[in-house]
Every structure is written in structure tokens, then in C-alpha cells.
Ligand binder design. Structure first.
Ligand code: UD1
Ligand code: CA
Length: 500
């Protein structure tokens, strides 16, 4: 393949059928914009330069182009006068063409693969053609430009839907929109494209006829996988292409040694990385730059965005974002991992636990019903059920630091900033407001007082009173026993009015 390849990506159109404030080419498919997918494929051709034609909402599209191809040339097309005009604007913005090959692609074909572009350019160059058409054979060619061949099968023209004769409309070989040109030919042909056609547009496809008239070679190569060049014009098509891309991504990972129990309910973004022998259970979405290590099991019903899951970890019914789960750690069911969560090797974030900016070190456990915000929990420490890390004083966030191998009681509140030393403990219901020294047991709840006979005095006639009476043998206030007739316990509680 040439080392002088210019790729022109057309992305100036409005995409009105998306009915969106987001430009069409920026709508995402599997975690990457449609334009991002195209530019990804384009990069695989190792072009000398990339020119992107932008127009509608270029203040959003142009920076996005540069995110993917930092040195791309931007060509601004104020009015969309047709694909031929768009390419002319691109060539002008690039300061002309200096030989080599020019490849034209559209910004809204997310399934396009770099390998297909490479093969197409290589074939175009080997055949020494003026123009090559990446075509496709489709069952319903309506709306596409048709590839017209002569009796010998040689390509003579591309005719647009609106300009086609009834016979030509029956042709099922269509122009995908991806064309390759000899740069010298293209430079001469562009100024000669007119707009005397049904749409009054400058058609890039007119170059085919111009090449033929000049006695130059033209060829079309059908791409078997036609979906690669399919564009999305509305959100229904966007969803179709998204489902197809997901199917392809999931299939690729299964072939690479990942077990996916239910491909139809598993959604994997394009940039996700999975190791061998990962298992993904139904209803799982792995998004963004999520990475999962060997033998880890994720799901069911889990969404992880930009997360890292270590080898052998288990993540069940969890929602996570920008979190790291260490090797052999366990998470969930019903955990919410917010950004900055780091769970060490063999650690545990259990059921109904929310974490944020939390370093939970190797072997440390937060098993039940807790909020852990802005915290460090040392190696091997166990946090009691129902613990709240009170990190916010209404003005600023503060950090709680708990040492190694500590044991904190159930229903604790850590009022940050506070530090609990290595090997320390806390009693149930402790509200920790001051630092706890290493090895100490902190207890903040007052001593327990028992008001003997309280139930029979204050809740006479209830099931509770009946139970107390039966257990203690104490005499109740018989004046109130009419309320106590209900002995099944449930009715007694709800009807006696004693709860208020
Ligand atoms: C075009 C082709 C047609 C092909 C079809 C494949 C021409 C004349 N027709 O038709 O043969 O079968 O694509 O989808 O080339 N664009 C610009 N500036 C413009 C015009 C278009 O940037 O002035 C961009 C659009 O944003 C879009 C792409 O070029 O991404 C194609 O334009 P569109 O108007 O959709 O062309 P079609 O009529 O579909
Ligand atoms: Ca189109």
C-alpha cells in the first residue's frame, strides 16, 4: 500500500432525522461516537493525512475529530452542496493533493473496519485505477447510488436514486459511499463536476463517468459484509447498528476465551478488555475502558463503567463507575461503587454498600448495609453492619482512616476527620468523634438501663404485654385487658393503638 494516502471523512451533514441537539456523527455506538469508530478504522490505514469535512455543529464535531486524530486537517463546508463539493472543500483545506491515493469515507458508518479499508486501498492501487468503488449487493437498494455496468461487466457510472431509470433502479449493486481515487485524476475531475441533476447537488459519484470519458480505469469491489458501510440516519437505525456491533464484540470475546452466558443481554463497549476465562452472566453491561482479569465472574445484572476487576474477583448485581476491584475480591449483591473506590485483593464490599473515594485494602471487609465515603480501611479490617462514614459536615468533606486488622461494631458512625488505630475495636452503636488509639476498644453508647415492668405499665392490653406477662408472671392492669383480647400478636400490635 502507498505511503501517500489522504483520507477524507465527510461529516458536514445535519442529520435532521436524528431529531437531536447532538450532531448525528457524535451519537455513540458501543461507547464510541459513530465518527470515532470511522476515524479508528481510518487510522488503521496509516494515512499520511486525514481531512475531516465539518459543517453543521462544527463547534462540537471539530474538537471530537481532534480527540481521535490530533493532526487531522479540518475543512469547513458552510453549505452542504453535495459530496463532490465536500471533497473539493477538503482538497482546498489540505492545500491541494501531492499525488498518491485519496480515500473518501463518511462519518456515520460505525461498523466500518480498518482491515476492509486497507484491503480496498491495496486493491485499488494494485489495479492502477482512477476510481475504485467499494460497493455492496443489497436486497433493497432504494435510496442508494446504483453501480451501472456495461455488457462486459465494466463499471460505467454511478446513478443516484432520483436520477435513475426504472431499469437502473432494479440494480442491486450499490455505491457504499467509500471511494478511492488516484490523486492526480481527482484533482483534475473535481472542478469539472456539475450540479445538473435531480437534487441540484455536486455529486462526487460523477467522477466515475468523467474517468470513463477520459479512457481511465474504474472498478467496483463489493464488500460482502455490507453492514460495515451502513449509516444510521435515525435512532431506530442507530439502535440496530448498536445491537449488531455489540453482537460482533461479544462474539469476538467469546472466541478469545470469555464465557458469555447470554449474549443478547450482555453489552460490551468497544474499548472493554477481557482476559481469558472471564465469565459474564446475564444482564451485564461493561462500559468505557472497563478491564476484567482472568477467571473473574461478573453479573448477573451488573453495570461497570471504566472499572478494573482483578483476576478471580466476583462482582454480583453491582453498579460501578471508576472503581478498582482487586484480585479475588467479592462485591455485591447490590453494591454501588462510586468513583475512587479501590478494593484490595481478597477484600469484600457486600450487600447494600455504597462506596466513594474509599481505599479498602487487602482482605478488608465491609459486608453489609454501609456507606463508606472518603475513607481508608486497612488490611484485614472488618467493618460492622450498618456503618456510616460521615464524611460531610455540611461544608467540607473529610477523611476517615482505619488501621489494619481493626474490628468495628455494628451500626457505627465515624464522624470524619477521625482515625482509628491498628488492631482497635469499637462497640455496637458507637459514634466515633475522636481518634481511637491502636489496640483500644471505643464505646460511646451510654450504659444500658432497664425499667422493670415498663411494658405492662405503659402498653397494657397489647400482645407485647401479654408476652411479658406470660414470661414474668407479673399481674397486669386488668382494667385494660379488653384491648388485649387479640392474642395472635400481629392484630394486637396494629389495632391496639399502643404503637403511637
Ligand atoms: C451518497 C452517494 C450514493 C451512495 C450513498 C451511500 C453521492 C452523490 N451519492 O448518497 O451514491 O449510495 O451516499 O450512503 O455521493 N456530506 C457532506 N457534505 C455534503 C453532502 C454530504 O459532508 O455537501 C456528507 C453527509 O454528512 C453524509 C455523506 O456525506 O455523511 C453522504 O451524504 P448524503 O447526502 O447522505 O448522500 P446520499 O444521498 O445518501
Ligand atoms: Ca446517506
Amino acid at each position: 500500500m502507498t505511503n501517500n494516502l489522504t483520507v477524507i471523512v465527510l461529516a458536514a451533514g445535519g442529520g435532521t432525522r436524528m431529531r437531536s441537539k447532538t450532531p448525528k456523527v457524535l451519537h455513540p455506538v458501543c461507547g464510541r461516537s459513530m465518527l470515532g469508530h470511522v476515524l479508528h478504522a481510518v487510522r488503521a490505514t496509516e494515512p499520511r493525512r486525514v481531512v475531516a469535512v465539518v459543517g453543521h455543529q462544527r463547534e462540537l464535531v471539530a474538537p471530537h475529530v481532534h480527540e481521535h486524530v490530533p493532526d487531522a486537517v479540518l475543512a469547513v463546508q458552510e453549505d452542504q452542496l453535495g459530496t463532490g463539493h465536500a471533497v473539493r472543500v477538503a482538497v482546498e483545506a489540505a492545500g491541494g493533493l501531492d499525488g498518491g491515493t485519496v480515500l473518501v469515507a463518511y462519518g456515520d458508518t460505525p461498523l466500518l473496519e480498518g482491515g476492509s479499508l486497507r484491503a480496498f486501498v491495496a486493491e485499488h492501487e494494485a489495479a492502477e485505477r482512477a476510481v475504485s468503488i467499494l460497493s455492496g449487493i443489497v436486497p433493497t437498494p432504494f435510496g442508494y447510488g446504483r453501480v451501472v455496468r456495461d455488457a462486459d461487466g465494466d463499471v460505467v457510472a454511478i446513478v443516484e436514486e432520483k436520477d435513475a431509470t426504472p431499469d437502473q433502479r432494479d440494480i442491486r449493486e450499490i455505491n457504499s459511499g467509500i471511494l478511492a481515487f488516484d490523486a492526480g485524476f481527482l484533482a483534475e475531475a473535481l472542478p469539472r463536476i456539475g450540479n445538473d441533476n435531480a437534487k441540484g447537488e455536486y455529486y462526487l459519484t460523477d467522477t466515475v463517468q468523467l474517468a470513463r470519458d477520459a479512457g481511465l480505469t474504474v472498478g467496483a469491489h463489493p464488500l460482502d459484509d455490507v453492514l460495515q458501510t451502513e449509516g444510521a440516519n435515525d435512532r431506530a437505525q442507530l439502535a440496530e447498528l448498536g445491537r449488531e456491533m455489540n453482537r460482533r464484540i461479544v462474539t469476538r470475546w467469546m472466541r478469545a476465551g470469555v464465557t458469555v452466558m447470554d449474549p443478547a443481554t450482555t453489552w460490551l463497549d468497544a474499548d472493554v478488555e477481557l482476559a481469558q476465562d472471564v465469565t459474564i452472566l446475564p444482564g451485564t453491561q461493561l462500559l468505557g475502558a472497563t478491564v476484567v482479569g482472568e477467571d473473574a465472574v461478573v453479573g448477573p445484572d451488573t453495570t461497570l463503567e471504566d472499572c478494573e476487576v482483578g483476576a478471580g474477583a466476583r462482582v454480583v448485581r453491582t453498579h460501578g463507575q471508576l472503581a478498582v476491584v482487586g484480585p479475588d475480591a467479592t462485591v455485591g449483591p447490590f453494591a454501588y461503587l462510586r468513583p475512587g473506590t479501590r478494593l484490595g485483593a481478597g477484600g469484600k464490599i457486600g450487600t447494600f454498600v455504597e462506596t466513594k473515594n474509599a481505599d479498602i485494602e487487602a482482605g478488608a471487609k465491609v459486608p453489609h448495609l454501609s456507606y463508606v465515603g472518603d475513607a481508608t480501611i486497612g488490611e484485614g479490617t472488618n467493618i460492622g453492619a450498618g456503618t456510616i462514614f460521615a464524611n460531610y459536615d455540611g461544608v467540607a468533606k473529610h477523611r476517615t482512616t482505619i488501621g489494619r486488622h481493626a474490628r468495628t461494631g455494628s451500626n457505627n458512625t465515624f464522624v470524619a476527620p477521625v482515625t482509628i488505630g491498628d488492631g482497635a475495636g469499637t462497640g455496637a452503636g458507637t459514634v466515633v468523634r475522636r481518634d481511637v488509639p491502636a489496640g483500644a476498644l471505643a464505646v460511646s453508647a451510654g450504659p444500658q438501663r432497664d425499667l422493670e415492668g415498663w411494658t405492662l405499665r405503659k402498653r397494657p392490653g397489647t400482645a407485647q404485654a401479654a408476652a411479658a406477662e406470660a414470661a414474668t408472671g407479673a399481674a397486669g392492669d386488668t382494667a385494660h385487658t379488653e384491648h388485649g383480647a387479640d392474642v395472635d400478636g400481629v392484630g394486637g400490635c396494629s389495632s391496639g393503638g399502643a404503637e403511637s
